[in-house]
Design a protein around this ligand. Sequence first.
Ligand SMILES: Nc1ncnc2c1ncn2[C@@H]1O[C@H](COP(=O)(O)OP(=O)(O)OP(=O)(O)O)[C@@H](O)[C@H]1O
Ligand SMILES: [Mg+2]
Length: 257
Amino acid sequence: MDTLVELHDVTKRYDGAPVAAIDSVSLRIEAGEAVAIMGPSGSGKSTLLNLIAGMDRPTSGAVLVGDDRVDQLSEAGAAKFRRRQVGMIFQFFNLLDDMTVLDNVLLPAQLSGAKAREARVRADELLDTLRIGHRRDAYPARLSGGERQRVAIARALINKPSLLLADEPTGAVDTATGDEIGQLLLDLNARGQTLILVTHSPELAHRYARRVVHIADGRIASDTPVASDTPVAGGPAVSSGPAAGSGPAVNRTGTGS
Ligand SMILES: Nc1ncnc2c1ncn2[C@@H]1O[C@H](COP(=O)(O)OP(=O)(O)OP(=O)(O)O)[C@@H](O)[C@H]1O
Ligand SMILES: [Mg+2]
């Protein structure tokens, strides 16, 4: 497998902070992995994701994603890198409330200059696969938390990112919905999508990731594989790549909300 993400001795010290938020971290993630990042509040998990996504720059060290030296990108270069390579989902969805579901999903494709017709086809496919297609003309405020997160996942995938970053994606939904979102992420990973998932839930980490990295005080405290007693998704589910030939949608995860 190819290495997709590589951090070399990365330190991030916010201006004026007495201690580093990320302290001499080296980490390597292969393409196709599903990695959970765990650790107490304030330990540096979101900072780590932001560094990988090029949302923030390390104080020292190198961040590589694919062929990109992320820590050296200009602001415009980083924005372009994110549009091409990275999909992000967050605890509070971060959808735009004055745009419909469909327009939220289409926005990253428009920003990256994708052909409108192709983007529309892919958006429709993703929304249908995530079982939210019937709400494509609704506004986010009218959706449940689980529905909003499914829209956010569709938006994160519209540009076929090589890397999907999720920062507590189940933090604002109930347990059943959290399980469903976890299962969607696992299905995506089974289809080859590389996934880095920040979570406070050991349950989610162990069920839906194959490797758990614990962070404490900005350092890696442990990095362990997860015994895979959860069967990997049997059939095609959410397509992370071109949709050609992708089979039934995610209907193993139970009822819709
Ligand atoms: N923009 C910022 N400016 C200054 N300090 C920051 C900034 N963002 C985070 N920090 C500090 O860096 C440390 C790590 O924060 P981070 O948000 O990465 O933690 P976290 O592990 O994601 O926590 P949580 O589980 O609460 O989300 C904390 O001490 C936090 O206060
Ligand atoms: Mg955080």
